[in-house]
Write a protein that binds this ligand. Structure first.
Ligand SMILES: [Zn+2]
Length: 251
């Protein structure tokens, strides 16, 4: 059975218990990584996800808390003798910068480097990102400081549908992307430009008529608001939970 694993739940500043927000979808066909901060090989080991099983990487936008681990991911794959191609999906804005970033590392000179295929996603709603035997993933643009996508993951054969807002202000395309989903994973950084508060996430979840809301990408430590779940409950009558690192959701 496929599952979604939360590899990190923190906003832009992580701590010992919360890595930057990223996740993995694991099934019998392989692993799809969604964003790539930090030291991916260590994080995946902690989650008991085989590093060599990564087949696809979706990058939601080009901000350090979402892409900083990409050079290390690619270098570690190469050093461990990877031969299989890796597919990387994202908007042109993001993939262009990933290619530039890898250019600074002179990856064109890395001997016997495995093939990397870039899939540029159009900046429109419900774009098919990838399709596997057991699931299908769509993307839609959301409203952040740079071009950014949210995702909708639909498991086949009566499995769950999960929508992920990524970093965004409250925005109608997230409502459409999440419409009727079982779970909405929505960011809860705060009511600042390019982001959403927990109560705004609740309002989006209510509008999209999802069954369950999972708050992610939240501030930690001193900045931690008293109770994000309570704030979301003010605007959303369904089940609300705070995402935590290494949490697993069956698809
Ligand atoms: Zn972020």
């Amino acid at each position: 059975m496929a599952k979604l694993v939360i590899l990190g739940s923190a906003g832009s500043v992580p701590d010992i218990e919360h890595d930057n927000t990223h996740m993995a979808i694991v099934d019998t066909e392989g692993v799809i990584l969604i964003d790539c901060p930090g030291t991916p090989i260590v994080r995946l080991a902690r989650a008991n996800i085989p590093f060599e099983a990564i087949s696809d990487l979706i990058i939601t936008h080009f901000h350090p808390d979402h892409v900083s681990g990409v050079p290390l991911l690619l270098m570690n794959m190469w050093q461990l003798g990877r031969k299989d191609p890796l597919r990387i999906y994202g908007l042109h804005h993001c993939l262009e910068r990933i290619e530039d970033m890898m250019g600074f590392y002179h990856w064109d000179n890395w001997p016997q480097f495995f093939p990397v295929a870039f899939h540029r996603l159009p900046e429109s709603e419900r774009v098919l990102v990838l399709e596997k035997e057991g699931l299908i993933i769509y993307s839609s643009p959301v409203r952040h400081l740079v071009p950014t996508i949210g995702l909708r993951i639909e498991a086949r054969d009566g499995g769950q549908t999960i929508a992920y807002s990524c970093d965004t202000e409250p925005c109608p395309s997230v409502v459409r992307l999440a419409s009727g989903a079982d779970i909405l994973i929505h960011e809860a950084t705060g009511a600042i430009v390019g982001h959403s508060s927990a109560s705004q996430a609740g309002a989006i979840a209510r509008e999209a008529e999802v069954d369950r809301l999972l708050l992610i990408h939240y501030h930690l430590g001193k900045q931690q608001p008293v109770n994000l779940v309570a704030q979301a409950r003010e605007t959303y009558p369904g089940e609300v939970e705070l995402a935590h690192d290494l949490m697993e959701i069956d698809l």
